[in-house]
Design a protein. Sequence first.
Length: 168
Amino acid sequence: MLEAIKNRRSIRTYIDEEVEEEKIFEILKSAMQAPSSKNSSPWEFVVIDDKEILSNLSKTHHKSKHIKDAKLCIAITGNKERFLKPGKWIHDLGACTQNILLECTNQGLASCWVGVHPKRKVMDKVRETLNLPKNLIPYSLVAIGYSDEENKFIDKFDENKIHKNRFE
Ligand SMILES: Cc1cc2nc3c(=O)[nH]c(=O)nc-3n(C[C@H](O)[C@H](O)[C@H](O)COP(=O)(O)O)c2cc1C
């Protein structure tokens, strides 16, 4: 198993240490390397490091509180103008968000996916907080920072979820 896959966990506590610009750049490069339907690359990112905006984003819903303590947060949004096939953008942005999480782990950073799409109220709150233009649909938020929390490997493998050829 790839080290980054093995070591990635959702970490929600962060220490007061700056994240290097080069690491943020690497994370965004990995994000844009994700597969997408028809290679449409329908993503656009908002990198947030402003304390007040982070605090506002942390009030998005009951499971977004940890964003307030993160050094930065990346909002992953879909650009409607690049949605080439109905519904596919959701999968594209899922792959993209996962790439971000894995690159964070690879860079020694803690991260946690915060769900946004498809809850209308949550999407509206993110849109308003980030002043998103109409063509950008908020999909997810990823809180990022250094952490002193240990990310223990939990083996999630379950043989019962594997099926061979076809169900009889
Ligand atoms: C679509 C999606 C939405 C999620 N939303 C949240 C969220 O809003 N807040 C949060 O703290 N964690 C969120 N998570 C993280 C999950 O809670 C976490 O991945 C899961 O508990 C498994 O733990 P692990 O990531 O450490 O393996 C989300 C994960 C996914 C894939």
